[in-house]
Design a protein around this ligand. Structure first.
Ligand code: 13P
Length: 253
């Protein structure tokens, strides 16, 4: 079975102590993940080592970064490189979140460089895509998302692309409490998979986890994750509450 992933994105929330407590409460549940399931925690950079130390002994639990530099190394004050992340054993990195595109001006060619640097360092990019409301309202979401994927990833060889995780996050559903219906999520995920199949071949496309993000919570996770092309979620607000995220992990197929 394709990998199913419950990914927390803490964004710029929680103090160090609050982060420790949240992770401990979730881990104390001792949820045993099946071979195809993963729980991933994208925490702020200063918490990565703490998260790694808590998660490393648990099968299929991983710490993730929320971003990395598009440069390899050097005089880039304030940046964190993929190589640095590898040196502390980080296995996943969120790339191209809509908040980074919108507030930090990240563009497709920058994201292409980040994806490549992650792959070179053995880090799985969780590549985010998704349309704003104005695009959804005119029904242009499929071509919009297709362009995002093409510009940042279609230069990869098929063997490289196999390592990617995709997160579809319609911007109008992020932090708004307005979830895409499970039918809307399934429709876009199927479209993404079909588009990937055309480029990289069906066996590869069938194996890529595609997560849904946007107001996922305990109360709707199971229904969304049950959709055949939805392979779990990338969760913001609800990942900050232990009980919510525990239920979300338990909702994986
Ligand atoms: P919310 O779950 O808060 O809507 O955020 C989604 C998201 O942006 C995850 O990356």
């Amino acid at each position: 079975m394709r990998q199913q992933i419950a990914a927390a994105n803490w964004k710029m929330n929680l103090t160090y102590g609050q982060g420790q407590e949240l992770l401990d409460r979730i881990l104390n549940e001792n949820i045993v993940l099946s071979a195809h399931q993963r729980a991933v925690f994208a925490v702020p950079f200063p918490y990565l080592v703490m998260a790694y130390q808590r998660l490393v002994s648990k099968d299929n639990y991983f710490a993730a970064a929320q971003n990395c530099s598009d440069k390899k190394s050097g005089a880039y004050t304030g940046e964190v490189s993929a190589e640095m992340l590898r040196s502390i054993d980080v296995k996943y990195c969120v790339i191209g979140h809509s908040e980074r595109r919108e507030y930090f001006g990240e563009q497709d060619h920058t994201l292409a460089a980040k994806v490549e640097l992650c792959l070179e360092n053995g880090i799985t990019p969780i590549f985010c895509c998704g349309e704003p409301l104005s695009i959804r309202e005119v029904g242009a979401q499929n071509s919009f998302v297709e362009t995002q994927l093409r510009e940042a990833m279609f230069h990869l060889a098929e063997a490289q692309f196999r390592e990617i995780v995709i997160a579809y996050e319609p911007i109008w559903a992020i932090g708004t409490g307005k979830t895409a219906t499970s039918a809307q999520a399934q429709e876009m995920h199927a479209h993404i998979r079909e588009m990937l199949g055309r480029k990289f071949g069906k066996p590869t496309a069938d194996n890529i986890p595609i997560l849904y993000g946007g107001s996922v919570k305990a109360g709707n996770a199971r229904e969304i994750f049950q959709q055949p092309d939805v392979d779990g979620g990338l969760v913001g607000g609800a990942s900050l509450q232990a009980e919510e995220f525990i239920t979300i992990i338990r909702s994986l197929k």
